[in-house]
Design a protein around this ligand. Sequence first.
Ligand code: ADP
Ligand code: MG
Length: 273
Amino acid sequence: MMTEQAAASAASVPQTPTVISAQGLNLVYETSDGPVQALKDVDLKIGKGDFVSFIGPSGCGKTTFLRVMADLETPTSGTVLVNGVPPEVARKARAYGYVFQAAGLYPWRTIGGNIRLPLEIMGYSKPEQAERVQRVLELVELAGFEKKYPWQLSGGMQQRASIARALAFDADILLMDEPFGALDEIVRDHLNEQLLALWARTEKTICFVTHSIPEAVYLSTKIVVMSPRPGRITDVIESPLPKERPLEIRDSPEFLEIAHRVREGLRAGHAYD
Ligand code: ADP
Ligand code: MG
């Protein structure tokens, strides 16, 4: 039982509002080879402004979990709330932007035209579209590239453009599925730094899927370690690292300690088959 003092101090800790909560979440895909349990008994709470990484081997349900939050997949059982409402309601309120592994820019549209597309669909006025395109291009440090075509940009710049597109309609939540997986390490380092800066500036809640332990540890306030068959959460690590993170933090003992715990979690969940 809590002492009066402990209760008083617990009450005085400012509570971060919960943005995403999953409870007893299960998702089974029916396939021609029989059922595949992509998510088993997933419980997770994500607070406002958290940067959460999902890490685990292929097939552990990372993409499925993001797709459930985005209302692209319906769970078999359990509940998910996004901003306190079901994913479908949150989607209609444009609560999230989605960034995929491939930048997915239309080659026949300019960078500005690609970013404008969702705004056109949502019926924003022309001046509002123009103003938003300028603002998000500045956020991802691509000001001046509006009239270029995707093929005129490097892979890293294309990924930044796709992040800009996801930011253009002011979603509070960014869902990012291995956005930097196809990029070389130097470019990835640079984008990781930029993403952290952008996160600090915008106070978005970010859910980020990655295969890379250093990337997960460098970026996250919370690291969710998953394992496959059935897809489940095996560890949730609250990062003690400060919000300000120069790349050199990756050599610090605290960083290496978290990386070690992630690696252990991945190893424990691995079936070696
Ligand atoms: P991850 O993103 O971690 O690699 P996924 O969420 O894509 O994992 O997949 C989890 C499991 O569900 C895998 O076994 C995968 O083959 C299966 N799966 C994913 N999508 C489908 C689908 N649409 N139909 C059937 N099985 C699927
Ligand atoms: Mg995936």
